[in-house]
Write a protein that binds this ligand. Structure first.
Ligand code: FE2
Length: 294
C-alpha cells in the first residue's frame, strides 16, 4: 500500500440498540465505496426485522453520490443481524468475509441442523478473503488481515492509516472481545491483537462495537499508540499468559448474547433470511439444550 495513496473518507453510523458501529468508506476521487458491518434491526419479541439502520447508510450513499463496490463483514456477528443482503438489493456491491467463515458455517450448520442445500463452503458470499489479500475501493488499495480469536474467521480491513478491527479490540477503557464462541481462543486473540498493535503508532483503529462505561459518550476511533498505552486488557506489558487468564475468567462470567441464535443463523447466510416454508414465511430455529451455557 503506497503511503501517498489518497485518503479514504470514513462515515460512521452507531446503532444504539446493539452498540454496533457500521462504516461507509469512500474513495473521494472515484466515489466508489465500501460498507462495513451493516446492521439489520431485529425485534426478538415480535420476530420483526426493520431497516432503520440500513436506511441511514443508504441515505448517506445516495447523498454522497457513491457507488457501492463492497459490503464487508469483519465476521459472523453474534449480537446483530447483518443488513448485507438488504443493502445489496438496493445498491449492489459484493458481500465479502474471511475464507474461514466455512469453519463457522460448518459448526452452526450442525447446531441448527440446517437444510441440505445449505453448504458450508462460503458460496453464500460473493467473495472470501485470504489473509493478506489486497483489494481496491475505487483507486485506493486495501488489505484483508486475518485476526482470529474472537471467532476463527475474523478479519480486519486496513486502508491507508485506518484499520477496521472488528471485534478484536474495543475502545481502550472497554478492552477486548470475548473469545469463548465456537472456534474462539484467547491466546489466538492475543496474537492477533499484538499483530495489529505492531502497526505504526499513529495508525487509526476503528472498532465494531462500543459499550461505553457510565458517563462516557459512545466512541469508535482510537490509535495503536492509545491502545498500547491504555487498553485495559492488552496494553504493552500484558503477557499472553496474563491475557489468557483474564479473558478466560471474564468469559466464564458473561451471559450468552441475547441475539446469538437469531444472528448467526442469518449471518452465516450473508444476511439472507432462511428459505421460506410452504406458507411463504421464513422461520428461525432455536436449538434447545445444545448451547453449553445458560
Ligand atoms: Fe462479534
Amino acid at each position: 500500500m503506497s503511503p501517498d495513496s489518497p485518503a479514504i473518507t470514513i462515515a460512521a453510523f452507531h446503532d444504539e440498540r446493539t452498540g454496533t458501529v457500521s462504516y461507509v468508506l469512500a474513495d473521494p476521487a472515484t466515489r466508489q465505496a465500501a460498507i462495513v458491518d451493516p446492521v439489520l434491526d431485529f425485534d426478538l419479541k415480535s420476530g420483526r426485522t426493520a431497516t432503520t439502520q440500513a436506511d441511514r447508510l443508504l441515505a448517506h450513499v445516495a447523498e454522497a453520490g457513491l457507488t457501492v463496490q463492497w459490503i464487508l463483514e469483519t465476521h459472523a456477528h453474534a449480537d446483530h443481524l447483518s443488513a448485507a443482503r438488504h443493502l445489496q438489493a438496493h445498491v449492489g456491491g459484493r458481500i465479502a468475509i474471511g475464507e474461514h467463515i466455512r469453519e463457522v458455517q460448518a459448526v452452526f450448520r450442525k447446531l441448527y441442523n440446517l437444510e441440505r442445500d445449505f453448504l458450508p463452503d462460503g458460496r453464500q458470499f460473493d467473495h472470501l478473503f485470504r489473509d493478506g489479500e489486497i483489494f481496491h475501493i475505487g483507486g485506493i488499495a486495501a488489505q484483508a488481515m486475518l485476526v482470529p480469536g474472537h471467532t476463527p474467521a475474523c478479519m480486519a480491513y486496513r486502508i491507508g492509516d485506518a484499520v477496521f478491527v472488528g471485534d478484536t479490540m474495543f475502545m481502550p477503557d472497554v478492552g477486548t472481545a470475548r473469545a469463548d464462541f465456537p472456534g474462539g481462543d484467547a491466546a489466538t486473540l492475543y496474537r492477533s491483537i499484538r499483530g495489529l498493535l505492531a502497526l505504526p503508532p499513529a495508525t487509526r483503529l476503528f472498532v465494531c462495537h462500543d459499550y461505553p462505561p457510565d458517563g462516557r459518550a459512545p466512541a469508535w476511533e482510537t490509535t495503536v499508540a492509545d491502545q498500547r498505552a491504555r487498553n485495559i486488557h492488552v496494553h504493552d506489558g500484558v503477557s499472553e499468559a496474563e491475557f489468557v487468564a483474564l479473558r478466560t475468567a471474564r468469559d466464564a462470567r458473561l451471559e450468552v448474547p441475547t441475539l446469538i441464535l437469531p444472528s448467526i443463523q442469518i449471518n452465516i447466510r450473508a444476511g439472507q433470511l432462511p428459505p421460506a416454508e410452504d406458507n411463504g414465511v421464513s422461520y428461525l430455529k432455536i436449538p434447545l439444550n445444545t448451547l453449553s451455557r445458560q
